[in-house]
Design a protein. Structure first.
Length: 162
């Protein structure tokens, strides 16, 4: 039995790759009153409910090792990036030349490996269309050329190269 602050965990169920706690009063419990055990443990440790953007990561990769020392609270985007790095796929951090938003893409999904008319990658199809329409109507100004040239912020090494 775990020490708890918010949730009393009396029963643990093993289902698939994860362990679940039976917590009928949990606001995000399933119809069978199941809550992922690692989420319940983290909520007890921090004393609040997790937001939808928060993920509990198992540092050692063992989804059934729910010791608090093995759990790390990170946001969804960082969790996705972490697993991309472990998969060996390279990612690139970019800055949209149209709206200025910073975003991350697999390197093979950028202009670095896929041909592009203006040698840049936008954050969305909408920004890409706006950029191309602007260039069609007004050409490429010095400022726009500089934003296109500064599209790549960083290339991330793969996990296997670290």
């Amino acid at each position: 039995m775990y020490n708890t602050m918010m949730w009393q965990i009396n029963k643990i169920i093993s289902k698939g790759d994860y362990l679940y706690a039976v917590i009928p009063e949990h606001p995000k419990a399933t119809k069978n009153h199941y809550v992922l055990l690692h989420r319940a443990i983290m909520e007890n440790a921090i004393g609040r409910l997790l937001t939808d953007d928060e993920v509990v990561h198992h540092k050692d990769g063992n989804k059934k090792n729910n010791n608090i020392e093995n759990l790390e609270l990170i946001n969804k985007n960082d969790h996705i990036r972490l697993h991309r790095l472990k998969s060996g796929k390279k990612t690139t951090k970019l800055k949209c030349p149209w709206c200025g938003k910073e975003f991350i893409r697999y390197t093979n999904e950028t202009f670095l490996q896929k041909p592009s008319k203006y040698n840049c990658t936008c954050c969305s199809v909408t920004c890409g269309r706006k950029l191309h329409r602007h260039i069609q109507l007004h050409g490429i100004s010095t400022e726009l050329k500089e934003r296109i040239d500064n599209n790549v912020i960083d290339n991330y090494r793969t996990y296997r190269e670290i």
